[in-house]
Design a protein around this ligand. Structure first.
Ligand code: VAH
Length: 283
């Protein structure tokens, strides 16, 4: 990188979601107006460290809600298909239904939804929340979730042609490509407040199983070999999750519409990963 390429100031600031005082300083010193709160310990890794998940997902959320209320900020907090549990309807899962998740991740996300709604009605906080499906991106490695297989399989398909899947081949889960996820997040953040009848909305794009995802990838990479070595923790979590999110309220209230279905997802992911590998080899 040439000297003139070095930015005079990074657009990023390191902060600890549990350091309330430092977070307030960042908000005030940088004239922050919207808080998009992605800090969380995900489903599978949360079950192996419940204490950490409680700290980050619950205490961290409280810090965000209190700072946003104190400074009149707009807040976005993602929820997840993990906020539903075995007693929720699965196909489809509506916005409003029984939510009895069996992971600390899911419990903390239901807590986030309820606390955000309470702060909105009690203090007027502009709280907005979307229940994300499993999000698939080529740019970042998965972070200990139950849907991680749906990212790892693409890298393995390109790199080695072999993949060992840790969920049963018939495990059907809602999934979404990262570009749809980020666009939905921007659209709800920019939606006029009076169009939002709810604080929390389901958004859906596609649902697939490891088997159907494999078949779609094999249309491009016919030699891909997938074997199965089921992780009982992740399988138990996935078995309690929705198969399809019902998202008519998001489509009605703020015009949500997904753009990536399974074929487009596979083409885009493989193109990104191949391009990334070519760039890496070029240096
Ligand atoms: C997880 N990827 O698997 C996350 C997500 C839809 C689940 O929240 O834990």
């Amino acid at each position: 990188m040439q000297p003139q390429d070095i930015p005079d100031r990074s657009p990023f600031i390191f902060s600890d979601i549990l350091d309330y005082k430092n977070l307030r300083e960042i908000v005030v010193n940088n004239n922050i107006s919207w808080l998009v709160h992605y800090s969380a310990v995900l489903s599978a890794v949360g079950e192996s460290n419940v204490a950490l998940a409680k700290e980050v997902n619950i205490t961290g959320l409280h810090n965000i809600l209190d700072i946003a209320t104190e400074h009149g900020l707009r807040v976005f907090v993602p929820s997840t298909i993990g906020a539903f549990g075995p007693s929720s309807p699965k196909d489809p899962t509506p916005d409003l239904c029984v939510q009895r998740p069996r992971t600390i991740y899911g419990v903390s996300k239901v807590h986030a939804e309820l606390m955000g709604e309470y702060y909105h009605h009690r203090y007027g906080l502009d709280f907005r929340c979307l229940r994300y499906p499993g999000i698939i991106s080529a740019d970042s490695q998965p972070g200990g979730g139950t849907t991680d297989y749906a990212v790892q399989i693409f890298h393995a398909a390109v790199k080695t042609g072999c993949f060992e899947c840790n969920l049963r081949s018939d495990t059907r889960l809602p999934m979404m490509y990262i570009d749809d996820c980020l666009r939905a997040t921007l659209e709800i953040l920019e939606a006029p407040a009076d169009t939002l009848i709810s604080r929390t909305y389901n958004i859906n794009a596609m649902s697939f199983t490891p088997h159907s995802l494999t078949q779609e990838i094999q249309k491009v990479l016919p030699d891909l070999k997938v074997t199965y070595n089921v992780d009982p923790v992740r399988q138990s979590i996935a078995d309690g999750w929705p198969m399809v999110l019902e998202d008519s309220a998001a489509r009605r209230d703020w015009g949500w519409k997904h753009e990536y279905d399974l074929p487009e997802l596979v083409q885009t992911m493989l193109t990104h990963i191949n391009t990334g590998n070519q760039v890496a080899q070029a240096y």
